[in-house]
Design a protein around this ligand. Structure first.
Ligand code: FES
Ligand code: FES
Length: 187
């Protein structure tokens, strides 16, 4: 099979974890397959391959996306962050630290997706986005308390076959509280 651009193949430049990669891909290639099979970024996991489990969650322009439902060619020009890119050098992301400290995993297969989702959830909540679990939707009510119910609802797109949900909710709550404390300290 030719790898040259054709009516079914295109060259695409993906920006992943701050690095640009130019690939020639079949137009049907998902972002998930491009990351795993072409760029060797196997931290992002394939579970259902149909948008149901969240194992393939990555950040696209800071928002969570299931990469199995996004075509690689549609990701050109976007900033993609995978689990390999969330730490800063040797310093783990606070959400990674919280998952480690509170055992937010068992086998670990769902964990990269859980962590990418949790990073976005915490930012969405801090920005005041409501969820289906939010009672008071008036803008003046501000962000709802990040209760376990809120976290479970906001993280409900990420399934864990090991059932580590109790620890996952605790880890997300810990990371969110640490983020708030850090913001208050610099305010
Ligand atoms: S592999 Fe993408 S949602 Fe399951
Ligand atoms: S830790 Fe095993 S699937 Fe979630």
């Amino acid at each position: 099979m030719s790898s040259a651009p054709s009516s079914t193949y295109s060259a695409v430049t993906l920006t992943v974890n701050g690095e640009k990669h130019t690939l020639t891909v079949d137009h049907r290639t998902t972002l998930l397959d491009a990351l795993r099979e072409r760029l060797d970024l196997t931290g992002t996991k394939k579970g259902c391959d149909q948008g149901q489990c969240g194992a393939c969650t990555v950040l696209v322009d800071g928002r969570r996306n299931v990469s199995c439902l996004q075509l690689a060619v549609a990701a050109e020009g976007r900033e993609i962050t995978t689990i390999e890119g969330v730490a800063e050098g040797d310093r783990l992301h606070p959400v990674q630290e919280a998952f480690l400290e509170l055992d937010g995993y068992q086998c670990g297969y769902c964990t990269p997706g859980q962590i990418c989702s949790a990073i976005a959830v915490i930012e969405e909540h801090a920005a005041g986005w409501p969820s289906a679990a939010t009672d008071d939707l008036r803008p003046e009510a501000g962000p709802p308390p990040l209760t376990p119910e809120e976290i479970r609802e906001r993280m409900s797109g990420n399934l864990c076959r090991c059932g580590a949900y109790v620890s996952i909710v605790q880890a997300v709550a810990r990371a969110a509280a640490d983020r708030s404390a850090a913001k208050e300290a610099v305010a």
